[in-house]
Write a protein of this length. Structure first.
Length: 197
């Protein structure tokens, strides 16, 4: 092969800093918009839990790229924003099922009642969540191995983010909401005990 067939591109440090700053702004603006939507559609507890899950997904992808010392460029930013979209979609499906089950549940008196409701909601959406992520994951893996060099980092970021997003929707977002709701259930009981004594 001739030397002319290899190209090397470098990014000015000033441009790299500007790109990182714009990426952080993009993730922040997207997260705030998502939180407002979830707050209006559901309640603030759901919004906070969804935001924590979103930051987890973005952090996991950025941390993986940092550990692997891979380039952060525009396709990477697009991948992170795509990951946020998939993650919030999965989280909202679970939250919607929790909200529907809350409407039809008898009065929730204990943490165990609430745990059963959250577990039932997760079980009702688990197959859909796994099937959705597997469909996209197969495509991302195929792009990683069969796609060109230009989209390899994009597809790797998608793979990491999809796995992280599915995990966070099931094991982080719903659990944060559950813990918060349990504290709310215990508050009246604690006040009643305090008033009785």
């Amino acid at each position: 092969m001739s030397e002319a067939s290899f190209t090397e591109s470098t990014v000015d440090p000033l441009y790299a800093r500007e790109l990182a700053r714009k990426a952080a702004y993009a993730v922040l603006i997207a997260s705030v918009g998502i939180a407002l939507y979830v707050m209006l559609r559901f309640e603030y507890r759901f919004a906070v839990a969804a935001l924590v899950a979103l930051f987890h997904d973005a952090f996991m992808t950025i941390a993986a790229f940092s550990l692997l010392r891979l380039e952060v460029d525009l396709p990477f930013i697009a991948a992170v924003l795509t990951i946020l979209g998939y993650s919030i979609n999965d989280t909202i499906v679970i939250f919607d099922r929790i909200r529907e089950n809350l409407k039809f549940a008898q009065r929730l008196k204990t943490a165990e009642d609430l745990a059963r409701l959250v577990n039932a909601s997760l079980n009702q959406t688990l197959t859909r969540s796994i099937n959705t992520v597997l469909t996209v994951l197969f495509t991302a893996v195929a792009l990683f191995f069969l796609g060109g060099e230009g989209i390899r980092n994009f597809s790797l970021a998608l793979i990491i983010g999809l796995v992280s997003g599915t995990y966070s929707s099931i094991f982080i977002a719903s659990q944060i909401w559950y813990e918060w709701k349990v504290r709310e259930l215990r508050r009246p009981r604690a006040k009643a005990v305090e008033n009785a004594s």
